[in-house]
Design a protein around this ligand. Structure first.
Ligand SMILES: [Zn+2]
Length: 224
C-alpha cells in the first residue's frame, strides 16, 4: 500500500487568499534557550492552505466541518480531471458536459495553476481560475454520488469573478429537493505529478476544531 499526499504543508510563508491574514508560526519555547522543550504558537485563519469548505462557510445554518463523520470524508471512486486553465478563466460546462462521471464520488479539477503557487505568488492569488456555478449545479443534478470536488488553485472562486464565485459556493452548499446532498469543496490542493492510478481511495482529514465552518486538512490518497 502506498500513500500520496494531495495537500500542501502550511508554513509562515504559505500563500493564502488575499482577504486572509498570513499564517504565523512562532517558536514559543526552545531547547536551545534552556526551556527544556520546543513548542510553537500557530495562528492561522481556517481557510489557509489546503482546506475543506463545508456548507456553514456560506450558510447561517449549514453543516460545519466538525459535523462530518470520517465515513463522509472517505471516497472510494475519486478522479483527477485535467482542465488546463489560464489566468482568470473558469471551468465551464463545455469542459465537462461530455464527461461521464457516473460511479464517481469525488472529482479533483487540475487546472495546472498550482505551478505558479511558489514561483508567481501574485498571479496565483489574484488571477486564479475558478469554477462556474453552472458546473457545480450540473454535477449535483446529474451525479448524486459525487460528494466532494477539489481544485489546485487558491479558491473555487475565480478572483476576478467574486459574484460567480459566491454563486458557485451556494450551488454547492444549499439544500435543494431532487438533487444530491451538498458538496464539499477542497481548495489549494496539491495535484501536480499525481496519477489517477495513485488514487485508490481518498481520505480528507480536517483539523478537529469545534464550531468552525471549514478547516485546514490533510488529503491522503491510498493506492491499493
Ligand atoms: Zn475556503
Amino acid at each position: 500500500m502506498l500513500f500520496v499526499t494531495l495537500s500542501h504543508m502550511i508554513d509562515g510563508d504559505s500563500p493564502v487568499h488575499v482577504a486572509l491574514k498570513k499564517p504565523e508560526i512562532v517558536q514559543n519555547s526552545s531547547v536551545s534557550s534552556g526551556d527544556g522543550y520546543n513548542s510553537y504558537m500557530v495562528t492561522l485563519e481556517n481557510h489557509s492552505g489546503t482546506h475543506v469548505d463545508a456548507p456553514g462557510h456560506f450558510l447561517e445554518d449549514g453543516r460545519i466541518i466538525s459535523d462530518y463523520s470520517p465515513l463522509e470524508l472517505f471516497f472510494i471512486h475519486p478522479l483527477i480531471l485535467d482542465v488546463p486553465k489560464n489566468r482568470n478563466e473558469l471551468i465551464e460546462l463545455k469542459d465537462v458536459i461530455d464527461k461521464d462521471f457516473n460511479g464517481l464520488d469525488c472529482i479533483f479539477f487540475r487546472t495546472g495553476f498550482e505551478s505558479f503557487r511558489e514561483s508567481e505568488r501574485e498571479k496565483y492569488l489574484t488571477e486564479n481560475p475558478g469554477i462556474s456555478p453552472d458546473v457545480v449545479l450540473w454535477i449535483r443534478e446529474s451525479f448524486s454520488d459525487i460528494r466532494c470536488i477539489g481544485i489546485d488553485s487558491v479558491s473555487m472562486s475565480g478572483y476576478k469573478y467574486p459574484e460567480l464565485g459566491e454563486k458557485a459556493h451556494l450551488n454547492a452548499f444549499e439544500e435543494h429537493e431532487n438533487i444530491g446532498e451538498p458538496l464539499l469543496f477542497i481548495e489549494d490542493m496539491k495535484l501536480n505529478n499525481i496519477e489517477n492510478d495513485d488514487l485508490g481511495m481518498v481520505l480528507i482529514v480536517p483539523w478537529q476544531l469545534k464550531g468552525v465552518d471549514s478547516a485546514p486538512c490533510t488529503v491522503l490518497a491510498i493506492k491499493s
